[in-house]
Design a protein around this ligand. Structure first.
Ligand SMILES: *[C@@H]1O[C@H](CO)[C@@H](O)[C@H](O)[C@H]1NC(C)=O
Length: 411
């Protein structure tokens, strides 16, 4: 009898301890033992999934150290390790003239010679080239001579699977399977997707920063609509589950596809009429915003953070240079690639029930982008990248009469 009593007490203590340790979820039903009993069902027993999320957040916070203690961070130290890692492919043997000749077909050739910028006369996407040249032109007085090949397509070019002889090509986005050297996307200045709201293309990050900051103040956390939100075109079917969830549960998610240039029929918007575009600033009305890959990384990622909303970032393959300084669960909520509707719903329900945590992560994401993705950080990244790259060149740069001189646009 007594032994049984002690055993009961022991059980009681165990379950109590468990609840205080994991006490953020508000579900105290403890019947979920076998794995399939823990699956989501119609009565929404989220307990197990919720505890996993709490644990992830706690662990991420414990292991996070800010990349820069200096808020001014004039040397953009938060991002410099990306440069070293991208250039590490070339560290041993350097970059030869032959490697650049081989690389030329993957992008646009540029040359810096005697503090002047030259380019192939053709640029596949002129406004993208503008968005690149804007930064290089500013740096010319301090840059040494160099030849470089800059890819202005969305897709990276130098697959590690096929290129045993590495070619040095600059691209704005890549996955770990590519040896491309990441540079800050042209959209920091010009040449982003041209949509009805931004007819000349998304650009001018400096102006977007200011207007989004204002929008984040206009739509403070407590006044935001407690829903997931997404507007964008169907550049990847990875986005479908969110759209489908929105159609079933419009109280939880408002997500629709918009047209892009390739749109032909409602089939291209998952059998619905295309939705109207919504400005980044208007996104700030919602608490939970979604970022998916597009063709490569999506330009919207950086904008979304400045809403001070909670960012759900799907998949971790596609990178831009600044992604690696952001930490999942600290600055944003990671979702696995091709998330199911249940994955998304579960995560939204968790953060609706844990509003303080949602707000904290939203604020941390905002602060990081506000402090460490300034125009000056983009310029600093370009400067450091080009200087370190030039150090690896194994040949003397020569003037090339076939290239055109690129001059600053006076503004
Ligand atoms: C470099 O440019 C300056 C200024 O235009 C010029 O005076 C100088 O001769 C040039 N040097 C070479 C090596 O071309």
């Amino acid at each position: 009898m007594q032994i049984f009593h002690i055993f009961l007490m022991f059980l009681l203590i165990l379950s109590k301890n468990k609840n205080t340790l994991q006490g953020i979820g508000d579900n105290d039903d403890d019947t979920c033992v076998a794995k399939d009993e823990c699956q989501l069902d119609k009565t929404s027993n989220y307990k197990k999934e919720f505890n996993v999320i709490v644990h992830e957040i706690q662990e991420a916070r414990k292991s996070y150290t800010p990349c820069s203690v200096d808020i001014e961070d004039i040397e953009c130290v938060c991002h410099l390790h990306v440069i070293d890692s991208d250039l590490s492919f070339f560290q041993k043997n350097g970059i030869t003239r032959l490697m650049l000749n081989d690389a030329a077909k993957y992008g646009t050739r540029y040359k810096i010679y005697n503090h002047t910028l030259y380019r192939d006369s053709n640029c596949m996407f002129p406004s993208r080239c503008d968005g690149i040249q804007h930064f290089i032109l500013k740096l010319l007085p301090e840059l040494p001579d160099m030849d470089l090949v800059i890819n202005t397509r969305d897709w990276p070019q130098i697959s590690l699977r096929f290129n045993v002889e590495l070619k040095a090509v600059f691209s704005f986005s890549k996955t770990k399977d590519y040896a491309d050297i990441m540079y800050p996307a042209w959209t920091f200045w010009a040449g982003g997707p041209a949509i009805a709201l931004y007819p000349t293309g998304i650009g001018r990050w400096d102006l977007h920063r200011q207007s989004l900051k204002k929008a984040s103040q206009k739509y403070a956390w407590e006044s935001k609509i407690s829903k997931g939100f997404f507007r964008g075109s169907r550049t990847s079917d990875e986005r479908d589950s969110l759209i489908l969830l929105s159609r079933k549960k419009p109280h939880l998610v408002d997500a629709e596809y918009t047209k892009n240039q390739a749109w032909k029929s409602p089939k291209d918007t998952l059998n619905a009429e295309p939705a109207k575009e919504v400005s980044f600033e208007e996104h700030c009305q919602y608490k939970y915003l979604f970022n998916f890959r597009g063709v490569a990384a999506s330009f919207r990622f950086k904008h979304l953070f400045l809403c001070k909303s909670l960012i759900f970032h799907v998949g971790d393959d596609w990178l831009e240079f600044f992604y690696l300084a952001l930490k999942p669960w600290v600055h944003y909520v990671p979702l696995r690639k091709y998330p199911t509707e249940a994955d998304i719903e579960n995560m939204l329900e968790f953060f609706k029930k844990n509003d303080d945590l949602a707000k904290e992560i939203a604020n941390a994401g905002y602060e990081f982008i506000w402090q460490h993705l300034r125009m000056q950080d983009v310029e600093c990244y370009w400067r450091t990248l080009l200087k370190k790259y030039a150090n690896l060149l194994q040949f003397k740069i020569e003037f090339d009469t076939n290239m055109i001189e690129i001059k600053s646009k006076s503004n």
